[in-house]
Write a protein that binds this ligand. Structure first.
Ligand code: PMP
Length: 393
């Protein structure tokens, strides 16, 4: 249905790795090429018309991002990805956390929302705590309630795990955390392309995502934070653009968002991301979700019929992506044979080693869908998977 919008696809390629990174639609490619060809300049510095225009486009992109998640423009910081957005917040916490404070994350977090907190706690002497999941892949809310204490300073959780594919009840955690005076960071790297996000309704304190997982370019990500929370974050990097006055004696810093965007920003990438968000908006969330649900349901139905399949979590609770193993066959071997049939899936720990340790696994196969996938892709994949399994059994 939407495949024709994505020039990479020919008759052969079956791309089932959108959770790692999505392919790019023509409007995004055209926008970026046109910017570099006709409109390119650095931003915020020059007085020439070209620089003013590029600055306007970069700042318009910030507005588009803000509108997309119902935030205020002043609450949007451009980063190079979700990882950098989370590190920006974690480096601030590393400076303010004290011995006795606690940070709470889930065992299913991507390393990007696990390691920065572990390191911030190591540096500051705070305690790094982890709440569990149930075997079906949902959060263990009893464990969460037990582990959130009066010492907790921050909860960092994903809207959707990149392995389990469960859309998590973040609002429930946010409400409970806020009742206890605890701030919450939501890693929306996966959930951003599955449903509309309204940060005001969600009431998260911080939210992070990457452009490349929602049909935008690499090298651009977003940190949203409530204005009063952003004001508290110390500069993450120092240099051009983020200063007010510099002298030999001292430096004062610029207002937000510049204070947290040192150096030349990813200009074309921000403009490309804005075009990707426009693309999704123009299709509309209703259609995006209906299409996604239809193809994913077809995928799960087919997989459930397969012998020797072992899902990570309950397949009926997932959307958009599914991870599994076939008993007795290493996922690397399967993926190699799938690749020979032009089918791209992902194998490994998917940057979620603690989660794989919970399931007593070292690796799994992940199939993840994008707007461009259709039922025919699923059928081709299933035939290819059966062929690959047949090779070993
Ligand atoms: N969180 C989750 C849930 C992810 O899936 C990913 C990317 N796989 C990240 C964070 C990190 O995103 P990036 O590598 O684009 O910074």
């Amino acid at each position: 249905m939407f495949k024709e919008d994505f020039p990479i696809f020919d008759d052969q390629l079956i791309y089932l790795d959108s959770a790692a990174s999505s392919q790019k639609p023509k409007p995004v490619l055209d926008t970026m090429l046109s910017f570099y060809t006709h409109q390119y300049s650095n931003v915020h510095r020059g007085t020439c018309a070209l620089a003013s225009r590029a600055t306007q486009m970069y700042e318009d992109a910030r507005q588009t991002v803000a509108d997309f998640i119902s935030a205020d423009k002043k609450e949007i910081i451009f980063t190079k990805g979700a990882t950098e957005a989370i590190n920006l917040v974690a480096s601030g916490y590393a400076q303010t956390l004290k011995t006795g404070d606690e940070v709470l994350v889930c065992i299913s977090e991507h390393h990007a929302n696990f390691v920065p907190w572990q390191q911030a706690c190591l540096k500051s002497g705070a305690t790094f705590k982890v709440f569990g999941i149930l075997p079906d892949g949902t959060w263990d809310m009893d464990d969460f309630n037990k582990k959130l204490t009066t010492k907790t300073k921050l909860v960092a959780i994903a809207g959707m795990s990149n392995v389990l594919g469960v859309l998590n009840p973040v609002k429930e955690i946010i409400n409970f955390a806020h009742k206890n005076g605890v701030k919450v960071l939501v890693d929306s790297a996966q959930s951003i392309c599955h449903s509309a996000i309204d940060v005001k309704k969600m009431d998260c304190d911080y939210l992070a995502f990457s452009g490349h997982k929602i049909y935008g370019p690499t090298g651009i990500g977003v940190l949203y934070a409530k204005k009063e929370v952003l004001e508290q974050l110390p500069p993450y990097q120092f240099g051009g653009d983020m200063i007010d006055i510099v002298s030999v004696e001292k430096t004062t810093f610029a207002q937000l968002p510049a204070r947290l965007e040192a150096g030349t920003p990813p200009i074309a990438e921000a403009i490309g991301l804005s075009s990707a968000l426009d693309y999704v908006q123009q299709i509309g969330w209703d259609k995006v979700q209906a299409h996604g649900k239809c193809v994913f349901t077809h995928l799960i139905q087919q997989l459930k019929e397969m012998k020797d399949i072992q899902f990570l979590g309950n397949p009926d609770l997932k959307s958009g992506l599914v991870s599994f193993n076939i008993n007795g066959i290493h996922p690397n071997d399967l993926s190699m044979i799938l690749s020979k049939q032009n089918v791209c899936v992902r194998v490994g720990h998917h940057c979620a080693m603690p989660l794989h340790q919970f399931f007593n696994l070292s690796a799994s196969i992940r199939v993840s869908l994008g707007l461009y996938n259709n039922e025919q892709d699923v059928d081709t994949f299933v035939v290819a998977l059966k062929k690959a399994i047949g090779f070993f059994k």
